[in-house]
Design a binder for this molecule. Sequence first.
Ligand code: OGA
Ligand code: MN
Length: 209
Amino acid sequence: MSNSFRPAEATIADEIAVQGYAIIPDFLSASEIAALANDLRALQQSGEMRGAGVGKDAEVTNNVRGDFIHWLEESFASPAQQAYLQRLENLRQAFNRTLYLGLFEFEGHFASYPPGAFYRKHLDQFQHDSQRALTCILYLNDAWQESDGGQLRMYLDDQDDTLYRDIQPQGGTLVTFLSARYWHEVLPARRERLSITGWFRTRAAQSAI
Ligand code: OGA
Ligand code: MN
């Protein structure tokens, strides 16, 4: 069978199976990314992006991460957000067909990092929720340059800090990885850095809460 056209979802599922992560440039088109970035800007203007460190563990969190977030809600989703959520639903089905991960639901938020903000090295799964199985990050930045900083640094070996891969937060790029396996951090950026970060959770989360 020809592989000249394969949905990105199938490629991602294969790469997750082989190496536990996948980096896909142009998962969404430039116009889809622009629409999502506009949604984020509207949330900023209406004061709906909140410091991720605000909350009961604010003191700890402020040294850890400097981003502002807004959780996606299906019932308030714009057409652009609905389209992205549908792509993620396709991805969830592709994973469940081939990887038997038993992914059940997606939770995600817009994130904006002001210049200088960072997110220190962490593991998504144990920090907040042990049922986060797969992390998905979509970047919304136009013409990102290496000199802008803000790379996602993915540590490839939890025993060796010198082995890592730096990923540019280029608009349209989707990064997915097994939440329990990969430590990662966001390096400080010189310009504002926009994304949608989310997690597929396993069904066990529902009964555990
Ligand atoms: C997170 C995270 C990485 C990124 O929000 O947990 O690690 O590149 N984000 O935005
Ligand atoms: Mn993370």
